[in-house]
Design a protein around this ligand. Structure first.
Ligand SMILES: [Ca+2]
Length: 354
C-alpha cells in the first residue's frame, strides 16, 4: 500500500510539474513581444518569419472593458506556404481561449487577415490580455513571410463612460430619479461573434407612490431582441418586456409605497443571439391621470429619433445624457457629456412622445 501511495504521489507531482512548466513556457506568457493597449500610440508592428516552421507570439495587454481591439495583419510571402493565425483571450491568468484564427495556404500577397474582440465588464471592470500568434509551415523548402500588424481601439462605453457590469451588485448608478424629469442613457451590447457583452445593469433610486408612474423605454436597432427589465432592490423582477420588431420596448411601474426605493435596470440580448449594437433608455416619473396612463400603456413609441433630439429635450425636460462613444478612436479618451436643463412642461413633452 505504501509503495502504491508513493508511486501515486510521484505521478501527481510529475503532473503538477508538467502543468507548471507548460504554463511558464507558454509563449503567450513568455513572449517579449508585448504591447500596452492603454499606452500612448499603437504603431504598426512589422515582422518576418523565415524558415520551414516559424512562429511569433504577441501579447496585447490592458484591453479595458468596453474597448474593442481591431487587429489587421497584412502578410506577403515569397512562395506558397502554410500560414496560420490565432487570436486568443486570457480568460483567467495563464489560461487562454480562442477568439479567431485561420489556417491557410498563401502564395504571394499581400493578403489581409482581420480580427476583433470587445472586452466586457464581468463585475470587477478589469482589463484583459489578448495573445496573437502568426506562423508559417513550409515542409518542402524554407519560406519567408513579411507581415505588418496594425492595431486599433474602438470604444463602446455605456452610461457614465464605462462598460456596465453584468451583475446587479456592480450596476452603474444613475442616481435618484425625480418626478417630472427625464433621464436618457445609452449603452451597447455585443452579439455573440463580437464579444461577451450580453448584459448591462444600472441602479437608481426613486420615490413613487400613489399617482406616480415610472416609465422606462428602450430602443435599439430593428431586428435586435433585447430584454429589458426593472427589478427591485433584492433583484426580484418587477416588470420586463422584450423589444418589438421596431427594436422598442417599454415598461411601466407603479407602486403605493412612498419611500425612496432602489431599483435595477437590466438590458440583455439572450447571450448574444438577440443581436448587438447600441441602445437608448429613457426614464421618466410622471404624475399620472387616467388619460395619460392609458396613453402611455397602449400606444407604442413612434420613432426613436424623437427621444434623442437635443432641441426637444432642451426645451422641455431635464435631460441627463451620459456618454456613449461608438466611433473608431485609437485610444480615445471617453467623452462624458452631462447636460442638465430645467424642467418646464413635462406633461406636454410626454404627449408628444406617445
Ligand atoms: Ca455594455
Amino acid at each position: 500500500m505504501r509503495e502504491t501511495a508513493t508511486i501515486l504521489t510521484a505521478v501527481l507531482l510529475l503532473a503538477v510539474l508538467t502543468i507548471a512548466s507548460a504554463q511558464t513556457s507558454d509563449p503567450c506568457i513568455t513572449t517579449d513581444k508585448r504591447v500596452n493597449l492603454a499606452g500612448d500610440t499603437l504603431l504598426p508592428i512589422e515582422g518576418t518569419l523565415a524558415g520551414r516552421l516559424r512562429e511569433d507570439f504577441y501579447r496585447f495587454e490592458n484591453l479595458r472593458p468596453g474597448e474593442r481591439l481591431v487587429l489587421r495583419v497584412t502578410v506577403t510571402t515569397n512562395t506558397s506556404t502554410g500560414l496560420n493565425t490565432l487570436l486568443m483571450w486570457e480568460i483567467r491568468p495563464s489560461q487562454f481561449t480562442r477568439i479567431g484564427g485561420e489556417q491557410t495556404i498563401q502564395g504571394g500577397g499581400p493578403r489581409n487577415y482581420d480580427y476583433s474582440w470587445v472586452h466586457s465588464n464581468f463585475g470587477e471592470n478589469t482589463p484583459t490580455t489578448l495573445c496573437f500568434k502568426i506562423g508559417i509551415f513550409s515542409e518542402a523548402r524554407p519560406a519567408k513571410a513579411d507581415y505588418v500588424i496594425t492595431l486599433g481601439i474602438e470604444r463602446y462605453m455605456d452610461a457614465g463612460g464605462r462598460e456596465a457590469a453584468d451583475k446587479l451588485e456592480k450596476a452603474t448608478s444613475l442616481g435618484m430619479l425625480r418626478t417630472g424629469e427625464t433621464t436618457i442613457i445609452s449603452g451597447y451590447l455585443t452579439n455573440s461573434s463580437e464579444g461577451l457583452d450580453y448584459i448591462d445593469t444600472y441602479v437608481f433610486t426613486a420615490v413613487l407612490g400613489k399617482g406616480k408612474q415610472l416609465t422606462a423605454t428602450l430602443s435599439t436597432r430593428p431586428g435586435n431582441i433585447y430584454e429589458f427589465a426593472i427589478l427591485d432592490q433584492t433583484g426580484y423582477g418587477l416588470r420586463s418586456n422584450r423589444t418589438n420588431t421596431n427594436g422598442e420596448a417599454a415598461v411601466n411601474l407603479e407602486t403605493q409605497d412612498t419611500g425612496e426605493k432602489t431599483y435595477y435596470l437590466r438590458v440583455a440580448n439572450q447571450g448574444g443571439v438577440g443581436g448587438g449594437g447600441p441602445y437608448t433608455i429613457t426614464l421618466t416619473i410622471n404624475e399620472v391621470t387616467t388619460s395619460t396612463t392609458t396613453t402611455a400603456t397602449t400606444t407604442p413609441i413612434e420613432t426613436t429619433t424623437e427621444i434623442t433630439t437635443p432641441s426637444l429635450s432642451r426645451e422641455t425636460a431635464q435631460l441627463i445624457v451620459y456618454s456613449t462613444v461608438t466611433g473608431i478612436a485609437v485610444l480615445a479618451v471617453a467623452a462624458t457629456i452631462i447636460m442638465r436643463r430645467r424642467s418646464q412642461t413635462v406633461v406636454g413633452e410626454e404627449d408628444q412622445w406617445y
